[in-house]
Design a binder for this molecule. Structure first.
Ligand SMILES: Cc1cc2nc3c(=O)[nH]c(=O)nc-3n(C[C@H](O)[C@H](O)[C@H](O)COP(=O)(O)OP(=O)(O)OC[C@H]3O[C@@H](n4cnc5c(N)ncnc54)[C@H](O)[C@@H]3O)c2cc1C
Length: 696
């Protein structure tokens, strides 16, 4: 191999002037990143501390990053070059490594959760932690909890949650897997009677889990009691081989999340003991008597759903803000196109089109972060009320958490991909962090209830509210605006100047008008389809679903924005934030309202609430707000508080040294392990090397 020659002095003198020409006006991305931070009008660290509940929490995160960086299993240098098998093993090693650290170092549960999100290496334990243990806690009797939970906590068994089948996901009552009680042996026989009944999707079931929570239709004395939960062992604890009657395996590569071994499972007349049925609510006695769950069981099931959905809402802000951090930081140091050769090129963040996309996206990320915090607070206050037997807020909370699950994941998934596309070619590199972020995130639009189905849950609540309005019943809670709208059916937008659109009152009035109008429209379509009879099921419902989903989306969009306004105003009035960050957050709130209204520009005009001129003013105001926020763009990403280790992005690194990071990452590519590459011997040499060619 010939080594590169060092140029002699004459060669250098020949080339240097040309280099001076092409390098004229060149900027250093590290300097650009530093200069961006000097432009900020507020203290980004103060806002970061507020968003993370105190400086202590941020410092603790830094300590945990250091701890993770000292462990081989949490090294991220090669994360984007792993094969599926390496990803699978690595994901498990990281989860087990964190678990061992927690036990060995006596770290708190909060530390463990933080470490999992910092390391972000999804693997075979996700469902053990996220669904198996919570289901036993929620649905198991005290004896069942005492039996299973210690084994779970010591990782002596690993579980997952097996509900979805090849043929059924959304329609849980249609599951075909059966659990038939055998009074003679006092056991259940669990069985998959068809191809379609094969369980499909459970995370960790492919190659990791030893046990599953099996959702199967319970049959006692020939009667179908519908889906119930059973703890079923599927693999031998000593050999990890499937038990008799169990066919189980990995479902293959997916769009993302490939460290997780989602699996398939078919059961052939497998016998399990009677106490494998989780019996906190419904029970089957030894002699085969079915004791139905108390009426509150349904409410408890809804409460669990609300919790899971609340966590999804919380995570949506987290994921979108990571993408916005990467894209904004990169746009601030990426320079492209000079007006005159030799002049500095423009930071792409200074192009109007880039700003007008990234800053509204920033406002959406902040809105979701605040929504996530409120959603978790709402859940916790409901949980305390529930402990006193008070379920009164559940219908409202169920409707809100379903719709928010859908809207927040829609916004985050679309937003991550939008952010990636703002990064040009380098955004297509896995090293940017964005493709993996999108591929692993977008499943949130589907799991735990497909988003369309989620919007329809909210629509059910809205239709009941619409019927109540028609019958003159007063409304409370999130749908109260429907009563107000019914009293003023011809209300018109009062905006006269562009800056009027910044006012929360104008924004909320316009969003409420759109939501009320779409709700009334959906109610009318539904009533027509039902021949005048309103109903929230059946054919009329199905044929109205487009209108119903639009109404639900508008209702939730209003709620999301209202929450953003209230959170920022509360933080400011309670002096949790000083004037600087509060002012910038208010600008973000205003931009979020304007951007949300622009999404609904057609609806604003369709029924004459706003005029074309007013919508044009709205568009102009977006531009003004974006320009006002531009100097704070990078500082706002700093306030999200993501350590470089967590982002694992060549483009999103805090110091701006993006090109060096890209090159360093490329050098880790396994294809670069040898100079000639792996195709040289088998393919290229016979073609290109004359000596080898002569042997062909
Ligand atoms: C990455 C990932 C991980 C998963 N992990 C698990 C797991 O661990 N355990 C588990 O049991 N499952 C798991 N699932 C399955 C997941 O819960 C289901 O995919 C989800 O509930 C959607 O069901 P489906 O796939 O049957 O979609 P379908 O119901 O087939 O939906 C297809 C389309 O029909 C529409 N549709 C369906 N029903 C209605 C309706 N009533 N009204 C209007 N529109 C409707 C939907 O909106 C969608 O557009 C996972 C899925 C993914 C993608």
């Amino acid at each position: 191999m010939s080594l590169p020659q060092r140029p002699d002095e004459a060669t250098r003198r020949l080339v240097d002037p040309a280099c001076r020409v092409t390098l004229a006006g060149a900027a250093n991305p590290v300097d650009d990143a530093a200069a961006e931070r000097l432009k900020a009008t507020f203290d980004s660290e103060e806002l970061a501390a507020f968003l993370h509940d105190g400086v202590d929490k941020l410092q603790r995160r830094e300590e945990l990053v250091k701890l993770l960086q000292s462990q081989p299993w949490s090294d991220k240098t090669h994360r984007y070059f792993l094969t599926r098998e390496q990803e699978y093993v690595g994901g498990l090693e990281a989860a087990v490594g964190i678990w061992q650290q927690m036990r060995g170092e006596r770290l708190s549960m909060e530390d463990g959760i933080t470490m999992r999100s910092l390391a972000y290496f999804p693997g075979g334990l996700e469902l053990h932690i996220g669904m198996f243990i919570p289901t036993i806690l929620g649905q198991g009797t005290p004896e069942q909890q005492a039996k299973w939970l210690p084994l779970c906590n010591r990782l002596q068994i690993i579980g997952t949650y097996a509900q979805t089948e090849l043929g059924h996901g959304t329609f849980v009552r249609g599951l075909q897997t059966v659990a038939v009680y055998d009074e003679a042996s006092k056991e259940f026989v669990v069985h998959s009677p068809s191809l379609e009944s094969t369980k499909w999707w459970p995370g960790g079931m492919g190659k990791t889990a030893t046990h599953v929570i099996l959702m199967a239709r319970l049959f006692v004395k020939g009667k179908d009691y519908g889906p119930h939960s059973f703890v079923v062992q599927i693999r031998d604890l000593a050999t990890h081989l499937p038990l008799a009657g169990v066919s189980v395996g990995d479902i293959g590569p997916k769009m993302g999340f490939n460290g997780v071994d989602n699996g398939y499972l078919s059961l052939d007349h497998v016998r399990i003991p009677r106490d494998a049925m989780l019996m906190r609510f419904a029970q089957v006695t030894e002699e085969g008597r079915y004791i139905p769950p108390p009426p509150d069981n349904q409410k408890a099931a809804y409460a669990t759903m609300v919790y899971v959905r609340a966590t999804i809402v919380r995570d949506s802000g987290d994921f979108l803000s990571r993408a916005v951090t990467i894209a904004t930081r990169y746009a601030a140091v990426r320079r492209q196109t000079a007006t005159k050769l030799g002049e500095p090129e423009l930071q792409v963040l200074d192009y109007d089109n880039v700003q007008q996309i990234l800053l509204p996206l920033m406002s959406r990320a902040y809105a979701l972060v605040f929504m996530g915090r409120s959603m978790m607070d709402m859940y916790h206050s409901f949980d305390s009320a529930r402990a006193r037997g008070d379920f009164s807020v559940l219908p409202e909370l169920h409707a809100l958490s379903s719709g928010l699950k859908a809207l927040s994941t829609d916004i985050a998934a679309t937003g991550i991909e939008t952010a990636r596309r703002q990064c040009g070619g380098h955004g297509y590199m896995l090293a940017s962090g964005l493709p993996t972020l999108f591929n692993s995130y977008v499943q949130n639009c589907t799991w735990e209830g497909d988003n369309n189905v989620m919007y329809l849950q909210t629509a059910r609540y809205l239709m009941k509210a619409a019927i109540a309005v028609q019958t003159g019943k007063p409304l409370t809670g999130s749908a109260k605006y429907l009563s107000d709208a019914a009293r003023q059916p011809n209300a018109k937008c009062q905006v006269a100047a562009p800056e009027d659109w910044r006012a929360p009152a104008h924004q909320l009035a316009a969003l409420a008008a759109v939501a009320a109008q779409l709700t009334a429209q959906a109610a009318a379509v539904l009533a027509r389809a039902g021949g005048g009879r309103p109903g929230v099921e059946g054919e009329a419902w199905n044929s109205s679903s487009v209108d119903l989903i639009r109404a639900a989306r508008a209702h939730i969009a209003l709620y999301l924005h209202q929450n953003f306004i209230e959170c920022v105003e509360a933080a400011s009035s309670q002096r949790k934030l000083s004037a600087g960050p509060a002012a910038v957050l208010r600008q973000l709130v205003a931009l979020h309202g304007v951007a949300t209204l622009l999404d609904a520009a057609g609806d604003l005009q369709e029924r004459g609430y706003a005029t074309g001129r007013q919508v044009a003013l709205l568009r102009g105001e977006q531009r003004t707000l974006v320009r006002a926020l531009r100097p704070n763009a990078v500082a706002l990403t700093d306030s999200f508080g993501y350590p470089d280790y967590m982002l694992n992005s060549a483009l999103g690194r805090r110091d701006g040294n993006v090109y060096q990071a890209l090159l360093d990452s490329a050098k880790s590519s396994p294809l670069n392990a040898t100079q000639e590459g792996p195709a040289w011997k088998p393919v290229l040499e016979p073609l290109l090397n004359p000596q080898a060619r002569s042997r062909l």
